[in-house]
Design a protein around this ligand. Structure first.
Ligand code: NOJ
Length: 541
């Protein structure tokens, strides 16, 4: 695969509202981010992905944009943003923005103009449809509960919104709308941003006529109507157009948020010859099959092994993966795997080991480098997120209050949106055995040894349950990683000859593997000197 500038980089997602509040108004802000660039640089971060910082009524925390050209005053000013860009550049870091172009806010002037003049040009920027017999035009269900169709008061019209009713979907069939979006993207690129994360980008092409959704497909997939907008027939054309008319002008980087696309579709979206997206976020590995985010269950790491084995072996050499476990929409991964505090740090390091030594670009979500866990919410009144609140109402009607609360507390996005714990950062920076140091060390190794970035991945011991191991090989360089995926000790399989310990989440590499143990070894010609791998502590845990 042709080398791209983002292949050997480490990305870090900032959720601005809860990163660092510099003016003590209770909301994180751009100046807070500027003040922590050195922290991120020291950790080894190269690319910062900023969740939306545009002007917004914040119904969906910035994913409802009311002005694509303005910074939300809650976060600061355009001058602050320019300073952030300049300060990042000074440190050799890159900034990528969130691009939310499947929908905007109902307070955006386009939507306001569309409401004011249903015959005017802006009405066609959205999906307005007549109701049927006093009911919504179709049976589509919104991701945030209820119908996707909101009635326009005083008319027989409804408009489409996949998410909250304050987030009307944009009509990509309209060439003028597309032109406005491409111009906006170019405006930010000219300013100096290095790329974009594209919000639910596989939903932008809707089937003509928005036909009724098949109820059984909806039941299977979780959302009625999904077959008419998920991976629609014009998606590839739209993405190519976006790429040619915008991204290509500065070789900008793009990572698409594409829930539900499996590996085959992902290859069509990201293959290097396809000219569409550079990477995608696929979410199939975030829940064990048969479970959804709102199930209160324990995540089985054997599924993660199966998932990565499939993608590492099947995605293809012309595609490049994003490697991530967390973001602002999901509970913390450590909590999903095992809530016993005894294992928190071992699991945190194990996840880091997997993320930084497989093939792809790692994305850390803020706080992950500290081993952040879920919040301890007990009541719906503590929950702010619009998705959780809407679904709670819906669940209450169907499964009762108690079960509704249990589900919401298991899956609420607010777990990931708690304020970043800067005191914990200080503590971990002073502790050489912390997760923070482990991450820092892993990132440094990844930067030192090209085999950890570009090397072939060869997964071994596939049949062994609760054990995940692989080689990374490039020229004369080779690494071996072994992980115990469970809280039970296990016998350590024989270590391949010539490999010496480089990094582990335990101080001693004995004949038995400890709970969630993860070790990285490096091939050395003079391997005899590192002995049988029992007593020698690896370099800097
Ligand atoms: C995906 C974003 O990550 C999420 O936070 C948001 O609510 C929806 N898209 C709608 O924009």
């Amino acid at each position: 695969m042709m080398k791209k500038w983002w292949h050997d980089k480490v990305a870090y997602q900032i959720y601005p509202k809860s990163f660092l509040d510099s003016n003590e108004d209770g909301i994180g802000d751009l100046r807070g981010i500027i003040g922590k660039l050195d922290y991120l640089k020291e950790l080894g971060v190269d690319i910062i992905w900023l969740s939306p910082v545009y002007q917004s009524p914040f119904v969906d925390q910035g994913y409802d944009i009311s002005d694509y050209y303005a910074i939300a005053p809650e976060f600061g000013t355009m001058e602050d943003f320019d300073e952030l860009l300049a300060e990042a550049k000074k440190r050799g870091m890159y900034i990528i923005m969130d691009l939310v172009i499947n929908h905007c806010s109902d307070k955006h002037e386009w939507f306001q103009k569309a409401l004011a003049d249903p015959e005017g040009k802006y009405a066609d920027y959205f999906y307005f449809r007549k109701g049927k017999d006093g009911k919504a035009p179709s049976n589509y269900r919104s991701y945030f509960g209820g119908s996707t169709w909101e009635p326009v008061p005083g008319t027989d019209q409804y408009y489409l919104h996949m998410f909250a009713k304050e987030q009307p979907d944009l009509n990509w069939e309209n060439p003028e709308l597309k032109r406005e979006l491409f111009d906006m993207v170019n405006w930010w690129l000219e300013k100096g941003v290095d790329g974009f994360r594209l919000d639910v980008i596989n939903y932008i092409s809707k089937e003509e006529g928005l036909p009724y959704g098949n109820e059984s497909v909806g039941k299977m997939m979780g959302y009625v109507g999904i077959e008419h907008y998920f991976y629609g027939s014009h998606l590839h054309d739209y993405l190519r157009e976006l790429r040619c008319k915008a991204f290509d002008t500065t070789d900008a980087f793009s990572v698409g948020e594409t829930p539900g696309v499996g590996m085959q579709m992902a290859r069509l979206l990201t293959g290097e010859d396809r000219h569409e997206l550079d990477m995608i976020f696929s979410f199939d590995h975030l829940e064990t099959p048969g479970h959804t985010r709102f199930d209160d269950y324990r995540y089985d790491l054997n599924y993660l092994k199966q998932y990565y084995t499939e993608w590492m072996e099947g995605y293809g050499s012309g595609c490049w993966m994003s490697l991530f476990f967390e973001n602002h929409d999901n509970p913390r991964m450590i909590s999903k795997i095992n809530e016993d505090p005894e294992y928190r740090f071992a699991i945190g390091k194990l996840l880091g080991m997997i993320q930084f030594t497989l093939r792809g670009t790692p994305f850390i979500y803020q706080g992950q480098e500290l081993g952040a866990i879920n919040g301890s919410f007990t009541d719906i009144s503590q929950i702010q997120d619009v998705e959780s609140r809407n679904l709670y109402e819906e669940f209450c009607r169907t499964i009762g209050e108690e079960e509704a609360l249990r589900r919401i507390l298991a899956g609420t996005r607010d777990h990931a949106r708690l304020m970043m714990d800067w005191q914990e950062v200080c503590r971990q920076k002073n502790d050489r055995e912390s997760i923070y140091y482990f991450y820092k060390k892993l990132i440094a190794l990844r930067k030192k040894y090209p085999a950890l970035v570009y090397g072939e991945v060869r997964i071994v011991h596939k049949e062994k349950k609760n054990f995940f191991a692989w080689f990374r090989e490039l020229g004369n360089e080779a690494f071996y990683v072994e992980c115990n995926l469970s809280e039970k000790q296990r016998k350590r399989p024989p270590r391949p000859e010539g490999f010496c310990p480089l990094l582990s989440n335990y101080s001693r590499i004995g004949s038995r593997m400890q709970p969630y143990e993860a070790c990285l070894y490096r091939f050395k010609k003079e391997a005899a000197v590192c002995g049988e791998g029992s007593a020698k502590a690896p370099e800097g845990r």
